[in-house]
Design a protein around this ligand. Structure first.
Ligand code: GLA
Length: 380
């Protein structure tokens, strides 16, 4: 974690009393496997070196007092279902408390101060970082660490479902909890089996280009994508699209909406692309990895329709610069592209992306080198 722990401890000391413990959880990248998690497919994420750091201490009361350093705002709320706070950011913490309670944990009041350095709206899961930090901390503070790591990831996911309104899959919280330095993880979201993959592609760099664009869409497009997938799966008589092949989809093409057809087509293709990338990584075949990344981008753009003009522009620009692979990362509707680039092309790509993006959209994109790091943990 790159953040200054002392700043967080100082903020805690400014607002509360006593000796706090300090916890942290990271955001994530995802090499490939987008919108596959809630379809029972594979994902290939890794934790990053930015995240949330929180200083926490039980306060012997029946309420939580939480101070967000970044928002410079204090929230106070009780621990019962009817006590939901007003502040958007505090809902995540409240949700985690409630979901832990549903697991039988006797969550009591606590004081906390926290800050984060995951860029918001970048598709790097700042919210999962927040959820995992508190799930991990409450497990230690009120459950003697008895809740297993998968259940902690689920607590974050259920917080999104029940207290935020996003019917997300498990990828982000899984990556934030299970992350391991230098390793990506291939997770089978149906069986929940996973493998660590050491990721150190010699001669290549992995970088994010953040468009700093976030298209706020009112009608919860993420949930709509999920509904499309579930409708097609139901129509095919399978549990999730994991169990569907292109032939199955073609058979029912005339019976489902064109929109649902396109959504399912993307997901079925993406399921295979993750497996292709795993094989290619084992062989050190980065050309194939890169090709699949581009295919994912255009699938997300044309069929899943979660890209946007700015991200399409960045993927095209990457291709022009000879970048091996580039695609929109995360849920979509703005945020970053993830890029696999040969070291010798890195400087030119970064300079060109900055210059040409700024010429067209009036601001430079932000560039982050990916440093694959550890998951949720206690720092002090
Ligand atoms: C968001 C969700 C994840 C996943 C991705 C898309 O990050 O939280 O569960 O569905 O979008 O891959």
């Amino acid at each position: 974690m790159n953040m200054d722990i002392n700043q967080v401890k100082q903020a805690f000391a400014d607002h509360f009393e006593g000796k706090c413990a300090v916890y942290a959880s990271p955001g994530r990248i995802n090499l490939i496997g987008e919108h596959t998690d809630y379809n029972g497919g594979f994902v290939f994420p890794g934790a990053v070196d930015c995240g949330i750091v929180a200083a926490i201490l039980p306060n012997g009361l029946d309420k939580v007092r939480a101070y967000s350093i970044d928002m410079n705002e204090l929230a106070e709320f009780g621990l019962n279902e009817e006590d939901a706070p007003q502040q958007g950011w505090a809902k995540y913490i409240f949700g985690v408390c409630r979901e832990m309670a549903k697991l039988g944990v006797e969550v009591k009041g606590f004081d906390c101060a926290f800050a984060g350095d995951v860029p918001l709206g970048a598709g790097m899961s700042s919210s999962a970082a927040l959820e995992s930090t508190f799930a991990f901390a409450l497990n230690e503070l009120f459950a003697e660490g008895k809740i297993d790591k998968f259940a902690l990831a689920k607590v974050g996911q259920m917080t999104e479902h029940h207290y935020v309104g996003v019917n997300c899959g498990i990828m982000d919280q899984f990556a934030s909890v299970f992350g391991k330095k230098g390793n990506l993880m291939r997770l089978d979201c149906r069986s929940m089996e996973f493998e660590y993959f050491p990721f150190n592609p010699e001669g290549y760099k992995l970088l994010l280009v953040n468009s700093v664009v976030k298209h706020e869409l009112v009608d919860s497009p993420y949930n709509k994508r999920r509904e499309s997938c579930e409708r097609v799966a139901k129509h095919l008589g399978v549990e999730t699209l994991r169990d569907a092949e292109f032939e199955d989809l073609e058979r029912v093409k005339g019976e489902i909406s064109e929109e649902d057809y396109k959504r399912a087509k993307y997901v079925i293709g993406e399921k295979q692309r993750v497996l292709d990338v795993c094989d290619a990584l084992i062989k050190g075949d980065y050309e194939t990895v890169g090709q699949r990344m581009y295919q994912t981008h255009w699938g997300m753009s044309k069929d899943y329709e979660v890209s946007c003009e700015e991200l399409d522009f960045l993927a095209e620009l990457a291709e022009k610069c000879g970048v091996t692979g580039s695609r929109i990362m995360g849920g979509g509707f703005g945020g970053c592209t993830i890029n696999l680039v040969k070291e010798e092309l890195y400087d030119n790509f970064v300079a060109t992306a900055k210059r040409e993006f700024a010429a067209k959209y009036g601001h430079e994109p932000k560039i982050y080198d990916v440093v694959i790091s550890d998951g949720a943990r206690r720092l002090e």
